[in-house]
Design a protein around this ligand. Structure first.
Ligand SMILES: Cc1cc2nc3c(=O)[nH]c(=O)nc-3n(C[C@H](O)[C@H](O)[C@H](O)COP(=O)(O)O)c2cc1C
Length: 153
């Protein structure tokens, strides 16, 4: 049985709901909430977008306030994020760079308002050096996606 970690960043709860659905399908998986300090972003979507864009332009990704689990304990890490301007949310970059000792594969699940843009391409860039399996958009078809992943690990 593969050891799975479900790691999720969610700004307004949608992605967390999908993470909860995934966890109900793989109840043995561990869960980790990717969290940043409360003043990192804004309650306003457009201001948050501007902050995240500036972080990317400057290469200054936000620190996480909780320690990332030891990656060596897992075969597969499912990384959840909202789509922000066609990319993963910036805390995902920090998370991926802090998966120390991780030798398994990562696969991303993400939610959006209809336009995922370059999400999966940018996720792969941010996961440079890790094995990236196909991602999943939205909240339907999760079981099929998980079945496909289980065959690849
Ligand atoms: C800063 C920001 C940027 C966003 N950019 C996009 C986008 O490019 N495409 C899209 O379809 N939705 C976009 N959205 C909407 C979110 O992806 C969508 O509401 C998502 O389900 C929210 O997930 P969450 O509740 O886990 O944060 C954006 C939302 C925010 C706050």
């Amino acid at each position: 049985m593969a050891k799975i970690l479900i790691a999720t960043y969610s700004w307004s709860g949608q992605t967390q709901r999908v993470a909860d659905q995934i966890h109900s399908l793989v109840p043995d998986a561990a869960v980790f909430s990717i969290e940043v300090a409360g003043d990192t972003f804004d309650s306003d979507m457009y201001k948050t977008d501007a902050i995240a864009t500036q972080q990317i332009q400057r290469g200054q990704y936000p620190a996480l306030i909780n320690p990332v689990p030891d990656g060596s304990a897992y075969d597969l890490v499912l990384v959840g994020s909202p789509v922000w301007r066609g990319r993963p949310a910036t805390p995902i970059h920090t998370f991926l760079k802090n998966l120390n000792g991780f030798k398994g594969a990562v696969a991303s699940f993400y939610t959006d308002a209809g336009s995922a843009g370059d999400y999966e391409t940018v996720f792969k860039e941010w996961a440079d050096g890790l094995t990236v399996l196909p991602g999943h958009e939205g909240s339907t078809g999760l079981q099929d996606w998980l079945n496909q992943l289980q065959q690849k690990i």
